[in-house]
Design a binder for this molecule. Structure first.
Ligand code: MG
Length: 217
């Protein structure tokens, strides 16, 4: 597969960082608990698919859930950023769906194992096209919505995020060197639910910032 980022010919996908437990009502629906620092996990870039792609339910799982999330595209190498400077490295914004094999994740949580297997299957990270990030866009005030077969399952706003985009970038940059092409999934609001083969899923960020349609197989 090609890892070139559509609309950004000089960039290819790097590391896919993801944040968990970043919306209070999603933490509640998962019967999970809030954490002092962001919960961080990674997906392999082979999990990325684009608009109009297909998401394949793997034979390992019988309970795959959608998680609609705002995704940040990193445009600059960065380390140890203060939150006040963190948004300067954002090159684009998109909608993404953090597909999750909930059965495998639940088992991993019970056994104290990483979430990688439940989150990292091929096609488990659809992303829409990135809109270039400008100062006129407030990443803390964007709607996130997701429909399955035209039924609304998630509809919320990034104003409900516990850790803001700037706080997440700052935190990640203190652990890792961020690089151009890295993606950051910023967590999902409430309303996650299972999908099955044949479902059509559409998710959107903001007013025309980014949309992604996928077919479940
Ligand atoms: Mg998620």
């Amino acid at each position: 597969m090609t890892y070139q980022i559509p609309g950004f010919p000089d960039l290819s996908y790097g590391t896919v960082y993801c944040i968990g437990r970043n919306y209070a009502e999603h933490i509640e629906e998962m019967k999970s608990s809030r954490t002092k620092d962001p919960v961080v996990f990674l997906k392999p870039r082979s999990s990325i698919v684009h608009d109009n792609g297909t998401v394949v339910i793997p034979p390992q799982s019988t309970d795959v859930h959608h998680e609609a999330e705002m995704v940040l595209l990193v445009g600059t190498e960065a380390k140890n950023l203060a939150a006040g400077d963190a948004l300067t490295v954002v090159k684009g914004l998109a909608i993404g769906i953090d597909f999750t094999a909930r059965d495998l994740q639940t088992e991993a949580k019970q056994q104290g194992k990483p979430w990688t297997l439940s989150k990292g299957f091929d096609t488990f990270a659809p992303v829409g096209n990135f809109t270039p990030f400008t100062k006129s866009i407030d990443p803390g005030k964007l709607s996130i919505s997701l429909r399955v077969n035209d039924q609304v399952r998630q509809h919320d706003s990034t104003d409900q995020m516990i850790f803001s985009a700037a706080e997440i970038i700052s935190y990640l940059s203190k652990q890792f060197t961020l690089s151009p092409g890295d993606l950051i999934f910023t967590g999902t609001p409430k309303g996650v639910s299972p999908v099955t083969a044949g479902d059509h899923v559409i998710a959107t960020l903001g007013d025309g910032i980014s949309t992604v349609h996928v077919q479940i197989q």
